[in-house]
Each structure stands twice: as structure tokens, then as C-alpha cells.
Design a protein around this ligand. Structure first.
Ligand SMILES: C[S@@+](CC[C@H](N)C(=O)[O-])C[C@H]1O[C@@H](n2cnc3c(N)ncnc32)[C@H](O)[C@@H]1O
Length: 299
């Protein structure tokens, strides 16, 4: 028995070291189609090695020896849903940081500071970070909104929702704990107000901000099912760059439907070109890609 076990371990070891065969054109197309169909992301041909590497790592982890066998596991295996969730997390780019696009956040602050004070006092301001990754963007929005409310001497009446397709990213976001390195270069006053030291060289978001932010797993391909409505601010940066032009337009239209009249939509610079979304009015500055939803009587 012990001998058999040793033989098996040796075989597994050999397998773990063995290189997977290169992916051929048909296999690449098959994976590319599946990924785009389910997530909207397009993998251009120059990202084939990215796909091969990440599929390969996952296949080694679960002892799967061919792309076809893994594909079948993903589309119809008994654990297909869970395995797909794991794979999606590996294939999405989750790079993000606090206050990533300073000009876009400045626009959000100006937008809030110039709203009628009475409105801000009476009705909670709702913001949504779409494709929020590990939470830095929605927490930044919450900090900005809090700063604005302080400046206006108003109660912090606002909520922020962060959504993403990746469950592990959402779990990290909910935890609200980050490596202290993530704060390098951030304004010292903001650091002191919104973070506190936590265990092992990490920091955590203070409760007054955490309790204003919630997270949900949501695929932007399923926006029709999203319960978000009447949002005042929708922030969607560095997600649509992975999508085809026609799909970007489709998603922007759907996001616009979720805005309250007068609401603000912010995308990443260059993520939507040569197209004016219906019902939205482009707002300056030129280097921030943002629109306000027209009031019904302005249509
Ligand atoms: C590069 S990060 C951007 C994070 C943040 N918005 C920023 O700009 O710093 C892109 C995020 O989009 C998410 N994503 C990719 N496809 C998605 C989809 N179909 N639905 C929702 N989120 C998606 C990824 O999981 C990833 O966390």
C-alpha cells in the first residue's frame, strides 16, 4: 500500500513539473468565446500566454491534464459553478488603488458640493462603484463623500455600493484590510482620518466609513438583474477597457438607466469614444470622462 502511495505521489510530482502543451488556435478560440460570452471580457491574441499560464496553474492545482478536460469541467462538470468562479478570479485584472484617478474624484467632490444643500440634508446620496475589485475605489468614494459632508457641515447621509464579478475580490473588499504599502503617497490627513493600524503591517478602514459601504457580487453582463436604482453617482473605471465597443455602449446605456435624474456617471479616460450616450450630458473637465443624466424636462 505504502509502495503504491509512493508511486502515485511520484506520478503526481512528475505531472506537476510537466509543462502543458501550447494552446492551439481552436483551443484559444474556444476559451476566448466562453470567457467573452460569460463575462464580456475579450482576450486579444497577444494575451494567449496569459490565458495559458493561468489555466495551466489552475489545472495543475486540481490535477487536470488537458485544456479540453478542464473546459468540460467548467461547462458541465458537477462542480462547474464553483470552478468557474475560481477561474474568473484568476483571469480578471484586479489592479486598483485608493484615490486612483484624482481628477475623477475631484469631479465627484465638486458635484456633491454644488448640489442643493436641502437635498443633501434630506435624502441619502447613493454611489455605486462598478467593477470595484478589492474595495479601494468604493472606500475612496465614501471618504470623498464624507469629506464633502463635513465641509458642508451636514450629517454623513450617504451610502456606497461596490460590485464585482470576482467573489474573492468582494471578500477582500468586505474585510477592509490592506497592506500599509497601499497607502504610500496618500495625503497624511486622509490616512489619519480613515485608516487605523491593524495586525502585521496592515491597516484597516475606520468603522464610520466601513458602515457606509456594502459589497455585492455582480456581473455587469447581468445588469438587468441588479437591484440598484436611482443612483446619484456611478463610477465605472478600468473595466470596460476589456470589452468590445458595442458592449461598452450597451453597458453604459444600462448604467444610465440606473442613474437618478441629475445623477453623475464617471468612466475611465478613453473607455468610450465617438459616442454620446442618449439622455446624458457630457460634463467638463475634458480629461475626465463623465456625464450628467438629463432631467426628464430637458430631454
Ligand atoms: C482593473 S480592475 C478596476 C478596479 C477599479 N474600478 C479601479 O479602476 O481601480 C477591473 C475589475 O473589473 C472586474 N470585472 C471584470 N469583468 C467583470 C464583469 N463582467 N462584471 C463585473 N466585474 C467585472 C474584475 O474582477 C476587476 O476587479
Amino acid at each position: 500500500m505504502a509502495q503504491m502511495h509512493n508511486q502515485l505521489s511520484a506520478a503526481e510530482g512528475t505531472w506537476a513539473l510537466r509543462r502543458l502543451p501550447d494552446m492551439d488556435e481552436a483551443q484559444f478560440n474556444q476559451w476566448q468565446t466562453l470567457l467573452e460570452h460569460r463575462t464580456g471580457m475579450t482576450l486579444t491574441a497577444d494575451r494567449r500566454s496569459f490565458l495559458e499560464t493561468n489555466l495551466g496553474i489552475r489545472m495543475r492545482e486540481i490535477g487536470c491534464s488537458s485544456y479540453q478536460a478542464y473546459y468540460e469541467k467548467i461547462v458541465s462538470g458537477p462542480d462547474a459553478i464553483r470552478e468557474w468562479a475560481t477561474l474568473v478570479d484568476r483571469l480578471t485584472v484586479q489592479e486598483t488603488r485608493f484615490f486612483r484617478d484624482a481628477d475623477a474624484f475631484r469631479l465627484v467632490a465638486d458635484y456633491v458640493l454644488t448640489r442643493p444643500r436641502e437635498q443633501l440634508r434630506k435624502r441619502a446620496l447613493e454611489a455605486w462603484s462598478v467593477g470595484c475589485s478589492t474595495g479601494e475605489e468604493p472606500y475612496t468614494l465614501a471618504m470623498i463623500l464624507n469629506e464633502c459632508m463635513n465641509q458642508l457641515a451636514l450629517q454623513p447621509l450617504f451610502g456606497v455600493t461596490g460590485s464585482d464579478i470576482s467573489q474573492p475580490a468582494i471578500e477582500k473588499a468586505r474585510l477592509g484590510q490592506y497592506s500599509a504599502r497601499k497607502l504610500l503617497g496618500m495625503d497624511e490627513d486622509l490616512k489619519a482620518r480613515y485608516f487605523r493600524p491593524a495586525e502585521r503591517n496592515t491597516v484597516e478602514i475606520v468603522n464610520s466609513i466601513r458602515e457606509r459601504v456594502c459589497f455585492a457580487r455582480l456581473n455587469v453582463m447581468d445588469l438587468g438583474k441588479a437591484p440598484m436604482h436611482g443612483m446619484n453617482i456611478i463610477f465605472c473605471q478600468n473595466l470596460l477597457i476589456y470589452f468590445r465597443r458595442w458592449r461598452r455602449r450597451d453597458i453604459v446605456k444600462r448604467l444610465a438607466e440606473r442613474l437618478a435624474p441629475g445623477g453623475l456617471l464617471v468612466l475611465g479616460q478613453g473607455e468610450l469614444t465617438d459616442w454620446q450616450p442618449p439622455g446624458l450630458q457630457r460634463v467638463p473637465p475634458e480629461h475626465v470622462l463623465a456625464w450628467i443624466k438629463r432631467q426628464p424636462d430637458e430631454e
